[in-house]
Design a protein around this ligand. Structure first.
Ligand code: FAD
Length: 425
């Protein structure tokens, strides 16, 4: 079979950013990407599509337009891994070899886990910003819903962009508030979790909006089925003693965030940890058991917020460590767990959550410009005007002026140095 110096599985935010970062460092590298899709999506834009701010077409480009010219593109899905043979098996059985493998296929949305949901998506008032095709339907529903009950659901963690379920709700409430409809609407947030947001520092600012919009918070409410034509949803509700009961709620509209898991070809592979995600060293993003494999993005098991913002910081770390690995050197660049969640609390204002491993706050801007714990107009401008540009023109292309500092602080331990030598050609 064919063989490449660097083989990348997935041409999404993570795969493309690593390719860009590698090419900035060494334009002569032999890189290939395995990616089945014709389109590349800017998923962070879908919240603004659902909020009536962006058009759907602003969030998609042809894969061929984001794929660097020097990169060999296999338009196919990876099917299995043979790490001992340093090979990836494609769906048609073809095998591709590598010196270094990067695994970045994102995560899987598990619509089937909720009986009744898939068949009614896009009809009967059932929507989700988690799909390119459906985000415009969210905005349609928000505009057409005048009274009754609106439900917004959030499944158990981990999910990508953990704030997205409530972002959809706040933007809907903002519209209803401007149209003076809020008093005729009952809005409920039904989350499988026990808190409004995982990092407590941001909760007070969010609670101000929950109160302003009159939202009812239902914690430990896990959506288990949807009856679209009957317009009802069933939740498993867990009380503080751990007892679970089922309750049914009627709705006029429901925004669903689906349960999420690692793609099957990852969870069933030797690369997975017990929960199915790619098992990585959280600092170096090297695979814990295979020194010639790296991983990043939503499919990794590192305990950061699964966001494109995390990928922006991860990609240069992976690129740097790959170049060292190709020379038989131990990884030296480290990732601090940075991730970011711009919570769109109203049209024109955002609570900009930025944090790393352990919930440590990692603000990008000085506090006089943005206090992440307060709603901010600057942060909205960042999200609406600047971040999409940064994504397409800087992040994917490997220009790292906003991501560099985390690189090259780490001194390898003796064990890491040893491991690196074990796989060098
Ligand atoms: P993806 O970008 O999903 O790319 C994965 C790629 O792998 C895809 O192109 C896919 O086709 C490919 N692939 C899948 N299976 C295979 C296979 N078998 N073989 C080869 N290739 C395969 N992030 C933020 O930073 N800020 C936000 O405000 C934000 N908001 C969001 C709102 C919504 C509604 C959603 C859905 C996401 C949001 N995100 C946000 C999260 C962000 O989009 C993801 O974290 C990011 O895209 C992860 O990058 P990735 O490359 O790991 O996965």
């Amino acid at each position: 079979g064919r063989r490449h110096e660097v083989l990348i599985v997935g041409g999404g935010a993570a795969g493309q950013s690593v390719a860009g970062s590698l090419l900035q460092r060494n334009p002569d590298l032999d890189i290939a990407i395995i990616e089945p899709r014709q389109e590349h999506y800017y998923q962070p834009g879908w919240t603004l599509v659902g909020g009536g701010v962006f058009e759907r077409r602003e969030t998609v480009r042809n894969m061929s337009d984001v794929m660097p010219q020097q990169v060999k593109w296999y338009q196919a899905a990876a099917h299995a891994f043979e790490p001992e043979q340093r090979q990836v098996v494609l769906e048609d059985g073809e095998r591709l070899g590598y010196s270094i493998l990067v695994v970045a296929p994102g995560l899987a949305l598990d619509w089937e886990a909720i009986p009744g949901l898939k068949d009614t998506l896009g009809q009967n008032g059932v929507t989700s910003n988690y799909l390119f095709d459906l985000a415009p339907y969210t905005w349609e529903l928000v505009q057409s819903t005048r009274k009754g009950k609106a439900l917004f659901t959030q499944p158990p963690m981990p999910i990508k962009c953990a704030g997205a379920p409530q972002k959809a709700m706040y933007l809907a409430c903002d519209h209803w508030s401007r149209q003076s409809r809020l008093q005729d609407l009952q809005v409920e947030f039904c989350t499988a979790g026990a808190a409004l947001f995982g990092v407590a520092d941001y909760v007070p600012a969010l609670m101000q909006y929950v109160e302003k919009y009159g939202i009812q918070l239902n914690f430990q409410h896990n959506l288990v089925s949807v009856d679209g034509s009957g317009k009802t949803a069933v939740f498993n509700v867990t009380d503080p003693e751990g007892n679970t009961t089922q309750i049914e709620k009627a709705f006029d509209m429901i925004h669903v965030c689906p349960p999420q898991r690692a793609p099957k070809f990852i969870s069933e592979s030797p690369l997975a940890d017990a929960a199915g995600w790619i098992e990585l060293n959280p600092e170096t993003l090297q695979h814990s058991r295979y020194g010639d494999i790296f991983g990043l993005g939503d499919a990794g098991n590192t305990p950061n917020a699964k966001t494109a913002a995390a990928v922006r910081k991860q990609a240069p770390v992976v690129a740097e460590n790959i170049l060292r690995a190709l020379k038989g050197e131990a990884p030296r660049a480290v990732y601090d767990g940075y991730g970011s969640c711009p919570l769109t609390v109203e049209r024109g204002k955002i609570v900009l959550a930025e944090f790393g491993y352990g919930g440590k706050l990692l603000p990008s801007f000085p506090e006089w410009l943005v206090d992440g714990k307060q709603p901010s107009r600057f942060s909205w401008m960042l999200k609406e005007k600047m971040l999409p540009w940064i994504y397409w023109n800087a992040m994917l292309k490997g220009h790292e002026w906003m991501a560099k500092p985390e690189v090259l602080r780490h001194r390898p331990t003796e064990q890491e140095a040893q491991e690196a030598c074990n796989f060098a050609d």
